[in-house]
Ligand binder design. Structure first.
Ligand SMILES: Cc1ncc(COP(=O)(O)O)c(C=O)c1O
Length: 438
């Protein structure tokens, strides 16, 4: 075991963290990963129930992905993607296009989720500009949405703890009312609530469409909001309204894509395709940073011109890195060889059974599940402001990596979880709750 002192620990400024908090809860150093488990330096195992920030689909140190990256490493580690191309990026772009039934046939690569959101925002703004509609400059996003933390992405994020401090740096946004099904009033049905949210959205779009470039939405589940789920009717209506009012639809599938919600892309629940789709996280199976924006042909064509300034002059040095693309190709291959979408139906049922107790637990509310995302809320009067931190620390003690969002406890595990793992997960969450809420 390596010996770290407080200075060597402070050498890293950790993400999304008030570093002083680690005076009470020490950082956990991970040495290795295997399958659904991470291991510390004493070889204690932790079940990775949140797929390491929703990235890892087929487990840590997956032999097929390891092999694919090793093979690629021996051939070509990196080459710039301007003026050059390479097989892994070509194959990946073709396969992603095929997965959208060729509705989104042009892949523009970035490095991480936020850079994909930046690309989608810039592209939609520039699209209208190239068409001569220079007034279409604004973006609509949903109340409580999260799309990343660079300045553009933060401008369409509505989570005060992340955005308020930087408000002077951010563009103003148009907020649409949240379709979060937890907001249904006592007297309302799900259909009435959804219709009400759609009508309010239409009011906004009909009044301001001449200045709106795009609407960005995380289809079916707003994850960082606290696994807020909405109905597919809402999503379908959003597509209809964007068509009606000539607004581009950006589906941010960074967290919900790649089979997470039961269909390959979450947009498929509503049988729609967006104009632009952002992907990252599970794209490389959780191995390497890579993101991509898939676009419709009409958008690509609007940039295709003799004028340089009509082109999309955006780049990142590691755009389309061959190792990351090869890792993504190996991930897509696993979907086929393992029959992942079918297997995930079984996993979803196993998870539900493992959390049966939670549906009947009077301390909890809003039990919900879509595919392999399962969540519930601890009633507000029971959850202290420290609930999330305490739960995280307690679960680690018991060999479980889980990070509640506020009072929302959720799991979003790798797809290779066994039934035994599910049972361990369900019972450990229950024990942690019992100990914390005692
Ligand atoms: C829906 C969504 N969009 C964008 C992002 C930003 O991705 P990244 O953290 O890779 O920048 C995230 C990250 O959690 C996300 O969940």
């Amino acid at each position: 075991m390596m010996n770290w002192n407080s200075r060597s620990l402070a050498a890293i400024w950790h993400p999304c963290t008030q570093m002083k908090g680690h005076e009470e809860i020490p950082l956990l150093a991970i040495k290795r990963g295997k399958g659904a488990f991470l291991y510390d330096h004493q070889d204690k195992a932790y079940l990775d129930s949140i797929s390491s920030w929703w990235t890892n689909l087929f487990g840590h140190a997956n032999p097929s992905i390891n092999q694919a990256i090793t093979d690629q490493l021996n051939e070509l580690e990196h080459v710039m993607l301007a003026g050059m191309t390479h097989e892994p990026a070509i194959l990946l772009s073709e396969q992603l296009s095929a997965l959208t039934q060729n509705n989104l046939g042009h892949a523009f690569y970035g490095s991480d989720g936020a850079s994909a959101v930046e690309i989608a925002l810039k592209m939609s703004f520039h699209y209208w500009r190239n068409l001569g509609k220079v007034k279409k400059t604004q973006f609509v996003c949903l109340a409580n949405s999260y799309h990343g933390e660079t300045l553009g992405a933060l401008s369409v994020t509505d989570i005060p703890i992340f955005s308020d401090t930087y408000s002077e740096l951010l563009r103003s946004k148009i907020l649409a009312p949240s379709p979060d099904l937890r907001l249904i009033q006592e007297h309302q049905s799900e259909e009435e609530f959804t219709l009400q949210t759609i009508l309010k959205l239409e009011e906004i779009l009909s009044a301001q469409h001449s200045t709106i470039a795009a609407l960005i939405i995380e289809p079916m589940v707003q994850c960082a909001t606290g696994m807020a789920m909405h109905s597919s009717t809402y999503l379908k209506s959003v597509r209809g309204l964007c068509d009606k009012y000539q607004i581009l639809l950006i589906a941010d599938e960074i967290a919900v894509g790649f089979g997470r919600t039961g269909t390959f892309f979450a947009s498929e629940h509503a049988d729609i395709w967006p104009d632009l789709m952002t992907l990252s996280k599970g794209l490389t199976g959780g191995y390497l940073p890579l993101s991509v924006v898939l676009s419709r042909d009409k958008i690509y064509q609007a940039f295709y011109s003799n004028q340089t300034s009509h082109g999309f002059l955006h780049s990142h040095s590691y755009t389309g890195n061959p190792l990351a693309c090869r890792s993504a190709l190996a991930t897509l291959e696993l979907f086929k060889t393992l029959g992942t979408l079918q297997q995930n139906c079984i996993l979803a049922r196993q998870l539900r059974r493992a959390f049966d107790w939670a549906q009947a637990d009077s301390r909890l509310e809003h039990f919900r599940q879509l595919g392999t995302i399962l969540a519930f809320d601890v009633k507000k009067d029971l959850a202290t402001p420290y609930f999330s931190k305490l739960f995280f620390a307690k679960a680690l003690e018991k060999g479980l990596l889980i990070r509640p969002i506020g009072n929302t406890v959720y799991v979003m595990p790798p797809y290779i979880l066994t039934e035994k793992d599910c049972l361990f997960l369900g019972s450990t969450v229950q024990i942690c709750l019992d100990e914390i809420l005692r």
